[in-house]
Design a protein. Structure first.
Length: 212
């Protein structure tokens, strides 16, 4: 079982990552603005399922390898940190492009198709893949065993937090179209803050980890 200390620490770091607008959030916002809150929430549900598929892949695929090898752990950690910093710099440089999420309106889609598109975005999000592979093993108590189960529990916490946060983004976007449209600079500010936060998260990941 995951300790309370590890669970809270993981939840805090997950929250930092989740609140940064990334590909999944932009996709949800775009869907909300184009088709309303129902399509946005269906997209969020599919996206969250895709995210948890990645968690299971990490837990059963590389979890045991990372547990036994300090070298593999360090390589993954540094690769994840570097990629998070890269995403942060990219988000900062392209913060004004967030306005593109508000351009145009798509034709209505069925719920199943909307769910499937959300799943595809979630399961192919490189930020999520790198985060789980590099960070998730750091919050596992190897002394208690059941490494895969602990990862699945931590991943469930992440997924529920993402489901809630992305759902709020979708509902907010679908009910505040005029507010955003009157001042597109607000999205630029969100993107800039998000980029700096991502860079800080990458530095934190690189500087922390197991000592053995």
């Amino acid at each position: 079982m995951v300790s309370t200390e590890h669970l809270l620490a993981f939840a805090a770091m997950s929250f930092v990552l989740i609140i940064v607008p990334g590909p999944s959030v932009l996709f949800v916002i775009g869907r909300a603005l184009a088709q309303g809150h129902r399509a946005a929430l269906t997209t969020v549900a599919g996206n969250s399922l895709g995210c948890y598929v990645l968690i299971a892949a990490v837990a059963f695929g590389i979890g045991s390898i990372v547990e036994r090898s300090v070298l593999v752990f360090t390589i993954l950690k540094l690769a994840g940190a570097a990629y998070l910093i890269y995403l942060g710099v990219k988000a900062w440089r392209r913060r004004r492009s967030l306005q593109a999420a508000f351009a145009g309106a798509d034709a209505p889609r069925g719920a199943l198709r909307t769910f499937g598109e959300g799943f595809t975005v979630g399961v192919s999000n490189p930020k999520t893949i790198v985060f789980f592979a590099a960070v998730l093993p750091q919050f596992v108590d190897r002394g208690q065993g059941h490494v895969a189960t602990q990862m699945l529990i931590l991943g469930l916490v992440f997924t529920l937090m993402a489901l809630t946060c992305d759902g709020i983004w979708g509902l907010a976007a679908s009910t505040a179209r005029d507010w955003f449209a009157r001042s597109p600079q607000r999205l630029s500010m969100i993107g800039g803050i998000g980029g700096l936060t991502m860079i800080g998260l990458g530095v934190t990941v690189a500087a922390t980890g197991r000592k053995d």
